[in-house]
Design a protein around this ligand. Structure first.
Ligand SMILES: *Cc1c(COP(=O)(O)O)cnc(C)c1O
Length: 466
């Protein structure tokens, strides 16, 4: 298995290169050169497997010769052993044809753990075999930072530096990052916004001497290995509900389009998926695109579901590549237009194709609160604002009684306690392993929005653990 770039002008790469590099040299995203395909018979043979075994079967075709199957099995088992539910991604029935897949049983209570617990271990494995060391640098507006820190803490082959905007992440999110007591974890609060943090990270990656000196690496949401890990739970849910003999639909609260692209990938791999519902909050660029065929950026506005406050869904480029018949120059033209003018559009044929599988829907904050209240009143389930958006859309679709709809619960309600409290009057409790989160000491350095200040900090800190 090799990987190609969505912009068509980078050399093919193997799985370990894709893992460590993240982005292709032409600025594109890596995708498999061909999609692995599971026949009906092969899908039927996956029924009844526990999550780690299923995960190995589904992901092995993506690895090529880079990791041995027995090493991979150990890595996968260790990654999912950190989840506090034996099913890893349990299904809860909410209505006759409506299911919730809980993806928040990992260490930091968001679905990002499913991919990042695996990624941290894969990084370490590949680096060990090369006797190499990296400095992982990232910016976060909330959930990714804590999931990445938890996945990389105490690993000898890496340091991790996470920038967050000072005073602009929730208290639970901040404490999940700053209370991790590991020598290789370095939290920085930037006096600025999330965009400032992202610009600082970009500037450091563009500073080639600095990048080489510190062996910078990224674990952001465009890393192919994250998508690969997320395909597994679509198989897991569909198998439980009757695949390959029955189709299912999925409803996915969406930001960067990574999670829902994993659903599309599972579909390409042979899983019978009927529809994919793409949920948005008021930042509804994808809903507008799916209705009009025009991708038009608008300013980002804050909402109750901050992890979906995004106007540029970077992983959408992977779908665009497929829609354009894997023509990298066509993708490049759209991406250049988007960068220069803030818009691009697809023709009617492509729009029909995308609409044959994908449908968008949005909820504003008031509707989100109503959805949280509805599910609490009717089922007793407390949903976080992101999960509630997906579930509300899924509820409407499931009542059409075509196929079962599985809605993805992407965060634990205790990650967003204010929104849940306001909608239901109930303050969701943190799980046991985090129950003393508010008592743990925090470690964090405040720095100005200045790239050399951040670079000096990183030079100063990194390498202390080796
Ligand atoms: C990251 C995140 C999302 C968005 O997922 P994408 O893969 O970026 O579309 C949705 N909900 C929660 C809770 C998240 O942390």
């Amino acid at each position: 298995m090799h990987y190609v770039s969505t912009r068509g002008a980078a050399p093919r790469a193997s799985f370990d290169e894709v893992l460590l590099k993240g982005l292709a040299t032409d600025g594109g995203l890596f995708v498999p050169e061909t999609w692995p395909h599971f026949s009906e018979l092969e899908i039927r043979a996956l029924r009844g497997l526990d999550y780690p075994t299923l995960a190995c079967r589904v992901m092995t075709p993506f690895l090529g010769a880079t990791i041995s199957v027995s090493d991979f099995e150990k890595i996968v088992a260790a990654a999912y052993d950190t989840f506090d539910h034996p099913a890893v991604a349990p299904l809860v029935q909410l209505d006759a044809d409506l299911w919730l897949m809980e993806l928040f049983h990992g260490p930091t209570l968001a679905f990002k753990d499913v991919a990042l617990q695996l990624l941290g271990r894969l990084f370490e494995h590949v680096l060990d075999s090369r006797s190499a060391r990296v400095t992982i640098v990232g910016a976060t507006s909330g959930d990714t930072g804590s999931a990445a820190i938890e996945a990389c803490r105490d690993r000898v082959a890496m340091d991790i530096v996470i920038l967050h905007p000072q005073g602009r992440v929730s208290e639970v999110q901040r404490r999940q990052m700053t209370t991790v007591d590991s020598k290789n974890v370095h939290n920085v609060a930037i006096e600025g916004t999330f965009d400032d943090c992202q610009d600082l990270v970009k500037a450091m990656f563009n500073d080639q001497p600095f990048r080489d000196e510190l062996h910078l690496a990224a674990v952001n949401s465009i890393n192919w290995a994250r998508i690969m890990a997320q395909t597994v739970y679509y198989f897991h849910a569909a198998l439980a509900l009757g695949a390959p003999d029955r189709e299912v639909s999925f409803s996915v609260p969406t930001g960067n389009f990574g999670n829902v692209f994993a659903a599309y990938s599972a579909h390409k791999m042979g899983l019978p998926v009927a529809r994919l519902y793409v949920g948005s909050n008021r930042n509804d660029i994808l809903t507008r695109f799916l209705k009009s065929g025009e991708m038009v950026a608008a300013p980002v506005e804050p909402s109750l579901s901050p992890s979906m406050d995004i106007q540029i869904s970077s992983n959408f480029e992977r779908l665009l590549f497929e829609l354009h018949g894997r023509n990298g120059s066509a993708v490049l033209a759209d991406m250049s237009a988007f960068r220069d003018t803030g818009r691009y559009s697809v023709d009617t044929a492509l729009r029909t194709e995308v609409n044959s599988l994908f449908e968008g829907a949005k909820l504003d904050d008031a509707e989100t609160a109503t959805a949280i209240e509805h599910f609490y009143q009717s089922t007793g389930e407390l949903l976080d604002p992101h999960s509630a958006i997906g579930a509300w859309i899924a509820r409407g679709k499931s009542r059409e009684k075509v196929v079962p709809v599985v809605s993805l619960a992407t965060a634990h309600p205790a990650k967003f306690p204010q929104a849940v409290q306001q909608a239901t009057g109930i303050t969701p409790k943190l799980p046991k392993h985090l129950s003393d989160l508010y008592d743990r000491p925090e470690r964090c350095t405040v720095l100005p929005n200045d790239v050399s200040a951040v670079q000096n900090f990183i030079r100063d800190k990194v390498g202390l653990t080796s």
